[in-house]
Structure formats: structure tokens, C-alpha cells
Write a protein that binds this ligand. Structure first.
Ligand code: RP5
Length: 199
């Protein structure tokens, strides 16, 4: 599988004006340096436990890019880099992020660990695993004890796409332009279904 460099940050817009963003910038920096006060700060963080998750999570990246939402994509492992996970979670809000998307597979505790360190909404995407086809990832992500919520999406690509759409829906509550894009997306989707002819 072709390895793709992660830790990328796409930041093209302000809160009031979310425009379509062309190809995202890729940062070589292991920790994207962005200021919370900058109009180009990422609003959504897409965190994954391993580079091997990128093949799935690129769909989150693509969907956010399609809607012009400033975001960053990073690899942070809850068990291989626990202090980085804690540092990321505890500084996410002050960096201006509004939603965190966390993807992991197997004993998938990344979303829960990040949620433990922030009150921002955390959306979990369970990765399809070799051993148990993603059931392990799903249960580990979704079964959070009461008090620390993680909104868990479907296993694999559908969850990756929906995590982006869910994050967009959260942001759209206070951004009219983004809300309009979301309405248009739904209209386009319905038009495709109505136009579908079989046989
Ligand atoms: C998890 O373990 C990752 O999120 C990934 O889904 C899974 C396997 O990781 P690698 O062994 O491929 O790095 O932490």
C-alpha cells in the first residue's frame, strides 16, 4: 500500500466564510503550528491511530475539503504515543478546534482518550480490522462509560464520510454558508436517487 504523508493541515477560511478549498497543504511538521486567533486555523482535527488508517480516513479528509472546512489530519496513537494524545486533547480547544474526529482499530481507545482530555465533541470512527472485521474497533469505540461521550459512526468508509458530515453539521449550526452547502448536498443526493433508472 502506498504510504501517504499525514500531519497535514488545510486551513483556508474564516468562521463566517467557508469557501471551497482546492488541494490541501501538507505539512512536514509533526505538530501543525496554527494559531487559534488566525482566520486560517483548523476547525476540525482528523486524528488516526496509525498511518494504516489513512486509506479509510482520506475519505474524511476529502469530504471536509469538498465542503471547504479548514482541518488538519494527524497520526496520534493512544498507546504508542500516550503523552502526545494527552497533549493534543488538552490543547485542542485553546487551538481553536471545534470538533475532533478520532479513528482507530482493534482495542480502539483513541477516541475515548482524546474525549477524556477535551470537552469538544469527539466523533469516533472504528477501523475495519483483520482479526474481527471491525467489531472490536466498533465496540471499543462505542461503549464509553457514562460521563465521557464519544459519538461513534459506522465501521470503515461509511463512518469516515459520515464523521465529516457530522462535523460539518455541528459547524453549520453557527455558519449560514456551510448550512446552505449541507442543504445543497442533501438535495443533490436526493436528485441522484430520483434520477436512478434500473435495467
Ligand atoms: C490502531 O491499531 C490503529 O488505529 C490501527 O487501526 C491498528 C493497527 O495499527 P498498525 O499496526 O497498522 O500501525 O492503533
Amino acid at each position: 500500500m502506498k504510504k501517504k504523508q499525514l500531519n497535514k493541515s488545510t486551513a483556508r477560511d474564516s468562521k463566517s466564510s467557508i469557501a471551497a478549498s482546492p488541494s490541501p497543504r501538507v505539512s512536514a511538521s509533526p505538530r501543525p503550528r496554527v494559531s487559534a486567533s488566525s482566520p486560517s486555523s483548523p476547525l476540525v482535527a482528523v486524528i488516526m491511530g496509525s498511518q494504516s488508517d489513512w486509506e479509510t480516513m482520506r475519505h474524511t479528509d476529502e469530504t471536509l475539503t469538498e465542503f471547504g472546512v479548514p482541518h488538519e489530519c494527524r497520526v496520534i496513537s493512544a498507546h504508542r504515543s500516550p503523552s502526545l494524545a494527552a497533549e493534543f486533547g488538552s490543547t485542542a480547544e485553546s487551538r481553536g478546534l471545534e470538533v475532533v474526529i478520532a479513528a482507530a482499530g482493534g482495542a480502539a481507545h483513541l477516541a475515548g482518550v482524546l474525549a477524556a482530555h477535551t470537552t469538544l465533541p469527539v466523533l469516533g470512527v472504528p477501523m475495519k480490522s483483520d482479526a474481527l472485521n471491525g467489531m472490536d474497533s466498533l465496540l471499543a469505540t462505542v461503549q464509553m462509560p457514562g460521563g465521557i461521550p464519544v459519538g461513534t459512526l459506522a465501521i470503515g468508509k461509511p463512518g469516515a464520510v459520515n464523521a465529516a458530515l457530522f462535523a460539518i453539521a455541528i459547524l453549520a449550526n453557527s455558519r449560514a454558508q456551510l448550512r446552505e452547502k449541507l442543504h445543497q448536498f442533501r438535495k443533490d443526493q436526493e436528485a441522484k436517487i430520483r434520477a436512478t433508472k434500473l435495467g
